[in-house]
Ligand binder design. Sequence first.
Ligand SMILES: [Zn+2]
Length: 279
Amino acid sequence: MHVKLWGTRGSVPSPTSATTRYGGNTPCVSVRAADGKLLILDAGIGLHWLGGELLGNGFAEDGEAHVLITHTHWAHIQGLPFFQPMLIAACNIHLYGDGGDTPFREVLLRQMEHAYCPVPNFFEDHIGATLTTTQLNESSFRIGATTITPRRVNHTPGVPTHGFRLDNGNSSLAYIPDVEYLDDTHRRPALELADGVDLLIHDAHHTSAEYESRRGCGHCSDDIAVELAREARVGKILLFHHHPDHDDDVIDGVVSRYANSGFTVEGAAERTEHILDSS
Ligand SMILES: [Zn+2]
């Protein structure tokens, strides 16, 4: 699997001169599987820039993408209206997520209302790509040769939130961008997703020093993320969903604490690529 990070920031975009290395776009990760299938994890603002790269590589001819959305907080869906392949008739875009009591498609539609959204409503105006929406549950399913396993994780009340595990050949990836562990029942699904993966992309919204005063807000700190990675025996963890107030130097300082962890700990940096062997 070929993984590329297009947005690593939590909550609100934070493009300042002090965030150029780790990035300011909200969550979006592309995964190109060995069989050529394109999977996209979350549809934050980073999705816009991924769309530009895809169109530069011929995606407009008959491109197909599978977009797996962990939950529908703004930071994870606001790139969707600005994903240019949505407006191209020859493209096929498949959206997967969970709207809870509301159909998933309906939740996505609401952000397309003209009062808020400057682009055409591709869900209802019958223009652009062929779209499908799939309501997620916790059943595993396949996209080409990749098996996707969703698990509900603890985040904030009222919005169902999933983490994902992707298995393809001998390579594996877990993506858990928004999660808080208030007890062992919250850790269990995350440990299951992350068990032995090559790469874990995990919430580290707060620093460990900040966490106690922010406990209950739905996010993790770096030490909690690294401890989960150790217990799950992952190959590498990328600390992800950086707090908007954390500049590059703050994230460097956090990462430097884990230089001797026995496995790789890095800060998730926009536009970086991570190759997982699928042999
Ligand atoms: Zn969230």
